[in-house]
Design a protein around this ligand. Structure first.
Ligand SMILES: Cc1cc2nc3c(=O)[nH]c(=O)nc-3n(C[C@H](O)[C@H](O)[C@H](O)COP(=O)(O)O)c2cc1C
Length: 350
């Protein structure tokens, strides 16, 4: 699938709203590909999105699944009280802090039945049995890794390719396990370092992701050995993205840095620093998805009120450089920049 692309650029899965069939289809039609996000969706809603994307394009696209972890036993009652108080600002009640499996088994059955050509996983490993089922259905399996240790384990279960995520990336780190004693949840590698370390351990095609926002960045990771680049934040302001208005505004203002936080979901994720992140990060337990469900109605109410200080503003480190417009235009600009950057570098290399 990656070989046939005019330009090996994938739009990242972006759960929670930004990923839409229209966005994925626009990038596929422009000559790239990408992933629909299955995270947080019911299996039937994912089926509808797959069908809609197929209506919009005859081209090939993938689906991304969250691998469920085990239920944390940490006491989150103190954090519940904070979110009750947070909810009062917006007249919202917090949600139930429950663990769930994100309907992973049903969604896995669905992608097998639908013979999705590329199925990617984040937050952990699919079982070798599930990798076998996907292979029988003709799918290629991609596992998101944040460093060389996870890469070796992904190769052992039979992954066909790895999505190597640098710490610059927007939203959740794809860590297999979240170490509660570490604010970042585990070791942090910049994207180029991660690509080098991973490629020294495993011999698999690598999809590079994290902080890539200009065509020159895409060229850089291809030169570094990646088979493709996966961009999220670069498409968050695309016309076809489902990014909500308060989030779009914060991205356009480009006034604040980004940081890792567990405050919104209970798992380390990179977002633009705002009041919610500043006030709650130090108190947030490593309890995903309980914290996600707890804060969800409060974040939704903040979004409805147009208050960008009360919701998760996921963004990669380079978000101030991302532009708005039709996805096809963003794609064409990235392609042009990549070609120009490679020519320039070739001149320097002689
Ligand atoms: C709003 C948003 C939502 C995301 N949701 C997902 C997701 O559902 N699954 C996933 O594997 N990665 C997800 N990611 C991470 C991307 O796959 C990718 O690692 C990241 O966007 C790369 O960094 P960049 O945003 O700087 O391009 C998300 C990223 C963003 C910005």
């Amino acid at each position: 699938m990656l070989e046939g692309l005019r330009f090996p650029l994938l739009v990242a899965p972006m759960a929670g709203g930004p990923s839409t069939p229209e966005l994925v289809a626009a990038v596929v039609e422009a000559g790239g590909s990408g992933f629909l996000a299955a995270g947080y969706l019911k299996a039937e809603d994912l089926a509808a999105r797959i069908a809609r994307t197929r209506e919009l394009t005859a081209g090939s696209f993938g689906v991304n699944l969250f691998v469920p972890g085990s239920e944390s036993t940490v006491d989150i009652s103190g954090y519940v009280s904070r979110i009750v108080a947070e909810g009062r600002r917006y007249g919202a009640e917090p949600g139930e802090a429950r663990w769930d499996d994100d309907e992973y088994p049903a969604k896995l059955d669905l992608v097998v039945a639908q013979r999705i050509p590329l199925v990617s996983f984040t937050f952990g490993l699919p079982s070798p049995e599930d990798v076998g089922r996907l292979h029988e259905a003709g799918s290629k399996v991609v596992v998101t890794v944040t460093g060389p240790g996870e890469a070796v384990r992904a190769a052992e279960v039979g992954a066909d390719a790895l999505c190597v995520q640098g710490f610059e990336a927007g939203a959740h780190r794809g860590l297999f396990a979240d170490d509660p004693s570490d604010p970042a949840g585990g070791p942090v590698y910049g994207l180029l370092a991660a690509l080098r370390l991973v490629s020294s351990e495993v011999d698999l095609p690598l999809i590079a992701t994290g902080g890539l926002v200009h065509g020159a960045d895409v060229a850089a990771v291809l030169v570094a050995g990646a088979a493709a680049a996966q961009l999220g934040t670069a498409f968050l302001r695309a016309d076809e993205a489902g990014t909500q208005p308060a989030h779009r505004r914060a991205l356009a203002e480009a006034g604040r840095p980004t940081a890792f936080t567990r405050a919104f979901s209970g798992r380390p994720a990179r977002g633009i620093v705002n009041r919610f992140l500043t006030e709650h990060s130090a108190h947030a337990p490593a309890a995903y998805p309980q914290v996600h469900h707890l804060t969800r109605p409060v974040r939704a109410a903040a979004g409805k009120a147009g208050d960008s200080d009360g919701l998760n503003l996921w963004a990669g480190q380079t978000y101030p450089v991302a532009s708005a417009g039709p996805a096809a235009e963003i794609f064409a600009r990235l392609h042009g920049e990549a070609v120009a950057a490679l020519k320039q570098a070739q001149r320097w290399l002689g």
